[in-house]
Design a protein around this ligand. Structure first.
Ligand SMILES: Nc1ncnc2c1ncn2[C@@H]1O[C@H](COP(=O)(O)OP(=O)(O)OP(=O)(O)O)[C@@H](O)[C@H]1O
Ligand SMILES: [Mg+2]
Length: 393
């Protein structure tokens, strides 16, 4: 698989970049900056590989991107190999004495020509990598945690209905509006309405859905509440099983779709339920229509709530105007950053202005604010803060 290969290649490249031999040659050939660029490109790409790996099954564009990335990573690895071999050769020559160096200078391989060829090659590959890396922004990939980017892909996107409300800033207006709409709907309700929350990754769709799900008014309004994290790991069987399990268990050993469907309807029949499907990616119209049909067995006022990054999915599924979640306000962004970056007792005043500039760069995306806030907590020098402020994160 391209993604696993890219991850492995990225790791190898970063490892090779840090080898003493490569660094020596880099210094001798004036390539240190180029090689450092390699490292920062690969490090930033590694952050989104986990998400790209998840999304590629549904997106041909991401598959193509990963393929291009893989080829560029191969080129990078090859050129580092060549540099490393050259470094080892030079060391050996040095140990054997100058006489040999002179011999190799007049031999078929001219070291100056070789150097110029390699410098050119490194520059070309770096430019190509840079432009491929930049393409990642168009896919709105989330930056996963670097430490667990290999292996735990699906688990790390799993969500539950739990939320620590004291750590959430803003969103009151949106939350109230949606709750009012749900609770306040009249007696002429449908037996299944669908509400969709959509917006870019990391904006807080899941968080908003959690706030709503756990609100006392919602708890009181519905007889049954069910939270299912859909993500990319979607099959109608898994979905049915998950719903059945959260309504009192059973069904985990059933694989027959028809049996599962009957059991599901039995569990939901006549009950007023709220079903949250978090993180929906699937754009298959027929499948969703089928699912809605199956779910039309609860009592009037039952509701399906979905969160998705894809506007098309929101429009396709919703029966009520979808809610496009906006950015966090400047004040709320700052509160979130402050909570992450500073210990409660002491706020280092000299860092506040730099911190505010860093927050501005996060564009009201809580995921980014939280990540940068957590990063800054371990940096106490003004210079470190300035470096982050000036960086292209
Ligand atoms: N209003 C908020 N205040 C504080 N933290 C927040 C807020 N909204 C979101 N977060 C935090 O930001 C991170 C991303 O939020 P969340 O998972 O809800 O985003 P999302 O829109 O569902 O993203 P995705 O599209 O990847 O599913 C989480 O760690 C969450 O706790
Ligand atoms: Mg989410």
């Amino acid at each position: 698989m391209a993604d696993a290969l890219v991850s492995a290649l990225a790791k190898t490249v970063v490892g090779n970049l840090n080898s003493v031999v490569v660094q020596e040659i880099g210094l001798a050939w004036g390539l240190t900056d180029e090689l450092n660029n390699f490292e920062s490109i690969f490090t930033s790409i590694q952050l989104v590989l986990q998400d790209a790996e998840l999304k590629q099954r549904k997106s041909e564009a991401i598959q193509n991107w990963l393929r291009k990335l893989k080829n560029a990573a191969y080129d990078a690895e090859n050129v580092l190999d060549e540099i490393s071999t050259e470094g080892l050769r030079r060391r050996a020559n040095f140990e054997r004495g100058m006489q040999h160096q002179l011999k190799s200078f007049i031999s078929s391989r001219n070291p100056l020509l070789f150097r110029s060829k390699m410098v050119h090659k490194v520059k070309n590959i770096r430019e190509k990598l840079d432009s491929i890396a930049k393409e990642r922004f168009q896919f709105h990939l989330s930056e996963g945690v670097v430490e667990n980017r290999f292996g735990e892909t699906l688990e790390s996107r799993q969500t539950t209905s739990l939320v620590e409300e004291s750590e959430i800033y803003g969103r009151k207006e949106g939350k109230e509006m949606i709750i009012e709409e749900i609770v306040g709907s009249g007696p002429e309700q449908d037996d299944l309405s669908v509400y969709a929350i959509w917006g870019m990754g990391g904006l807080g769709k899941t968080t908003l859905a959690q706030l709503i799900y756990n609100d006392a008014r919602i708890e009181k309004h519905f007889e049954l509440r069910i939270w299912v994290c859909v993500s990319d790991d979607f099959s109608i069987q898994r979905l049915f099983s998950a719903i059945i399990q959260s309504t009192g268990g059973g069904g985990s050993d059933i694989s027959e779709l028809d049996t599962l469907q009957c059991l599901l309807r039995e569990k939901l029949r006549g009950r007023k339920f709220l079903l949250v499907l978090d993180d929906v990616w699937n754009e298959d119209h027929n499948m969703w229509d089928g699912l809605k049909q199956v779910l039309r067995c609860g009592s009037k006022g039952s509701m399906l709530m979905v969160t998705t990054r894809i506007e098309k999915v929101a429009i396709m599924m919703a029966t009520i105007a979808p809610y496009n979640i906006g950015n966090l306000s400047e004040n709320d962004s700052w509160s979130l950053f402050k909570q992450r970056a500073f210990t409660t007792e002491e706020v280092n005043e000299s860092l506040v202005a730099i911190g505010k500039a860093i927050v501005k760069k996060c564009g009201g995306v809580p995921l980014a604010i939280k990540a940068l806030g957590s990063l800054m907590r371990f940096k106490s020098h003004e210079s470190e803060w300035l470096a982050i402020k000036e960086s292209e994160i």
